[in-house]
Design a protein around this ligand. Structure first.
Ligand SMILES: Cc1ncc(COP(=O)(O)O)c(C=O)c1O
Ligand SMILES: Nc1c(O)cccc1C(=O)C[C@H](N)C(=O)O
Length: 412
C-alpha cells in the first residue's frame, strides 16, 4: 500500500488548469457541501431556475393553454429527445422523452415481445441488476408465460441462445460501476437474433455512447442523474430508425396517436418515435430536463469523459493511501466502468451518514457499498481531496460508530 498521496496544493493546481473549471459556476451548489451524488440526483443548473420561472409565470401563467402551440409544449418530448439523441450518437427522430425509466422499460419489453412472437422462452438479465429492471422483467415474464433468467454477468454471453426471447441489460451497473462492452454484447445478441434493451441510466451524460456505431437498437435512460433534469425528471426511449417500423407501444395512448387532436375512435400510431408517448407530458418536468440536457449538449463530451477518468484516478490514489479499509470495487480500467467509484466496507451505512454530516454527500447501497459519483461539470480535484480528507478523519477517529449514524432513513 502506498502512503504517498497528492497534496491539496497539487489538487488546486490541477483545478486551475482544468478547461472545464468554469462550468461549476453554472450550477447552484450549497456552500460547504461537496456533492458526490450527482449519479443519483444531478445538481441544479442555474439556467434551469430561470427557465422554471419562465415556464410557470409566462408560459403557464400568461400563456395558459395557448402555450401548447405558442411555446411548443406539444413538440417538447421529441425536441428534447433529439437533443438526447446527440448525446448518445443516435439520429434525430430516434429518441423521445416520456414517463419513467421503469414504465419505458415495460413498454419496450412488451413492444419487442409482440414483434418477435414465439421466439424463446426466457428473458435474460443480470442478477443484481437495478431492482426496477429485475422487477419489471419478472412481471413481464410472468404475464407472458416466460421465465426470467437472471445470471451473473460472466455467464450472460453463454446464456444467449435459441431459448432467449429478450435481453435486458444495464450498461453501467448502478452499484459497482462496471460497464458492459456494448458493441460486443450487442453483436452476440444479434448473432442469435435476440432483441436487447440497454438501460442507460448510469451511462447517459457519464460515459461516451455511440448507439449507432455499436448497432444498439433499443434503450431507455434516466433524466435526473447525469443529465441534471431535476428530481423525478422524465426518462427517454430510444429505438433505432430501422426498428421503429415494426414496433408498437403496448400503451395505445392518445399522445402516441398519429393525430391526437383528430379525436378519432380508432387508434393509428404516430409514424415516428412519438408513438411511445402515452398520456399528456408533464410539461414543467420536461422543461426542467431540457435545461439540464442543453448544458450537456453544449459541453464537450470528450473533455467530460477525460475529466471523469482523471478524477477517478485521483480519488483512487487518495483512497488507497488514506482510507485503505474501504475496498475499491469499481474496475480501475476506464473502458470497463462508468463515472462513479464504489468502495465496500461492512459499516458503509454509518460511515456514509458520518460523511454526510461532515458535508460530503455520497450514498450507500445495500449491503456494504459507499458510492461516490464523479460529475466532471461541477466537481474538481480539490473537492475530491477534501472529501477523502474528511472520510479519512472519520475512519481514523472512529466517529462513524456513534449511535446517531446507525439510524436508517426511508430513502438511501
Ligand atoms: C439502472 C437504473 N434503472 C432505472 C432506475 C430508476 O428508474 P425510475 O426512473 O423509473 O425510478 C435507476 C435509478 O433510479 C437505475 O439506476
Ligand atoms: N430514483 C431514486 C429515487 O426516486 C430516490 C432516491 C434515489 C433514486 C435513485 O436514483 C437511485 C439510483 N438509480 C441508484 O442508482 O441507486
Amino acid at each position: 500500500m502506498s502512503t504517498e498521496y497528492p497534496s491539496l496544493s497539487e489538487a488546486q493546481a490541477r483545478d486551475a488548469a482544468d478547461p472545464l473549471r468554469a462550468w461549476r459556476d453554472r450550477f447552484t451548489l450549497p456552500q460547504g457541501v461537496i456533492y458526490l451524488d450527482g449519479n443519483s440526483l444531478g445538481a441544479l443548473p442555474k439556467s434551469t431556475a430561470v427557465l422554471m420561472r419562465d415556464a410557470t409565470e409566462r408560459q403557464w401563467g400568461e400563456g395558459l393553454i395557448r402555450s401548447w402551440n405558442d411555446a411548443d409544449w406539444i413538440g417538447a418530448p421529441r425536441r428534447i429527445g433529439d437533443k438526447i439523441a446527440q448525446l448518445i450518437r443516435a439520429a434525430p427522430g430516434e429518441v423521445v422523452v416520456c414517463d419513467s425509466v421503469t414504465v419505458n422499460l415495460y413498454k419496450l419489453m412488451l413492444a419487442l415481445l409482440a414483434s418477435h412472437p414465439g421466439q424463446g422462452r426466457t428473458i435474460l438479465t443480470e442478477s443484481g441488476n437495478f431492482p426496477t429492471d429485475l422487477h419489471v422483467a419478472a412481471g413481464v415474464a410472468r404475464q407472458h408465460g416466460l421465465s426470467l433468467d437472471a445470471v451473473p454477468r460472466e455467464q450472460i454471453a453463454d446464456r444467449i441462445g435459441p431459448d432467449t426471447a429478450l435481453i435486458v441489460l444495464t450498461h453501467v451497473h448502478y452499484k459497482t460501476g462496471e460497464r458492459f462492452d456494448m458493441a460486443g454484447v450487442q453483436a452476440l445478441a444479434d448473432a442469435h437474433n435476440v432483441p436487447l434493451i440497454w438501460d442507460l441510466s448510469h451511462s447517459v451524460g457519464a460515459v461516451p455512447l455511440d448507439m449507432g456505431g455499436d448497432a444498439a437498437r433499443f434503450a431507455v435512460g434516466c433524466g435526473y442523474k447525469y443529465l441534471n433534469g431535476g428530481p423525478g425528471a422524465p426518462g427517454f426511449v430510444y429505438v433505432a430508425g430501422e426498428a421503429l417500423e415494426f414496433l408498437g407501444s403496448p400503451i395505445q395512448g392518445w399522445m402516441g396517436h398519429a393525430e391526437p387532436f383528430a379525436m378519432t375512435d380508432g387508434y393509428t400510431p404516430a409514424p415516428g418515435i412519438e408513438r411511445f408517448l402515452a398520456g399528456t407530458p408533464p410539461m414543467l418536468s420536461l422543461l426542467a430536463l431540457e435545461g439540464g440536457v442543453d448544458l450537456m449538449v453544449e459541453a464537450d463530451d470528450a473533455a467530460l469523459w477525460h475529466k471523469s477518468q482523471v478524477l477517478f484516478d485521483f480519488l483512487a490514489q487518495l483512497m488507497a493511501a488514506r482510507c485503505p479499509d474501504l475496498a475499491p470495487i469499481t474496475p480501475p480500467r476506464a473502458d470497463l466502468r462508468g463515472s462513479h467509484a464504489s468502495f465496500a466496507h461492512p459499516h458503509a451505512w454509518p460511515i456514509n451518514r458520518a460523511l454526510i454530516e461532515a458535508g460530503v454527500i455520497g450514498d450507500f447501497r445495500t449491503p456494504d457499498v459507499l458510492r461516490l459519483g464523479l460529475t466532471p461539470l461541477y466537481l474538481g480535484f480539490a473537492d475530491i481531496w477534501h472529501a477523502v480528507d474528511r472520510l479519512a478523519a472519520i475512519m481514523d477517529d472512529g466517529r462513524w460508530q456513534r449511535s446517531e449514524y446507525m439510524a436508517k432513513t426511508k430513502v438511501t
